[in-house]
Design a protein around this ligand. Structure first.
Ligand SMILES: [Zn+2]
Length: 171
């Protein structure tokens, strides 16, 4: 047990938690702020930092998560390594997140590097001289609308959320 680790404290019974299931080596709890009903954390009772430390412990935790989710519907299983990957508690934990159509959660991820199906080129023309329309660039955020892009002037300043890009494209 690591005394400063909140999950070790929960396993030791020193910090209260809503226990969903308790196995000899693993515990499943409801997080403090579940993102949807049924959001559950599956946590090994042995302190391991993340899924890359303690392969057997990680495998057993995954096994328990699978047991717990076996009869459920659509679901994400999410775990992280490192704060850059949004790990906030450095004791391995697997998020089980039940999903439903239009549940409003942000997954699937979208990065500017990935290629999404592009909308067909529109018949709109750039309002500035000499420009031609091209397919809209993908949105930066899944809820954002695609940004129309002029092949000569770049993203439309009226629709971009980047003031510097708008300034660069201004004639
Ligand atoms: Zn711990």
């Amino acid at each position: 047990m690591t005394e400063s680790c909140v999950f070790c404290q929960i396993v030791a019974g020193l910090t209260p938690a809503t226990v969903v299931r308790d196995w000899p080596e693993t515990i499943a709890i409801t997080p403090l702020n579940p993102v949807v009903d049924g959001h559950t954390l599956v946590i090994p009772k042995t302190h391991v930092r993340d899924f890359t430390t303690g392969a057997y412990v990680s495998a057993m935790t995954m096994h328990r998560a699978a047991e717990l989710a076996e009869d459920s519907g659509p679901m994400n299983l999410i775990t992280s390594k490192g704060w850059q990957a949004t790990q906030s508690v450095f004791h391995l934990h697997l998020h089980l997140v039940p999903r439903a159509e239009n549940d409003g959660l942000a997954l699937p991820w979208y990065s500017g590097r990935s290629r999404r199906p592009q909308p067909r080129p529109s018949s709109r023309r750039c309002s500035r001289r000499g420009g031609t329309s091209s397919p809209a660039t993908p949105p930066r955020h899944p809820t954002s609308r695609p940004t129309p892009t002029c092949t000569r002037h770049g993203p439309s300043p009226a629709t971009t959320d980047d003031p510097q890009a708008a300034a660069r494209t201004a004639d």
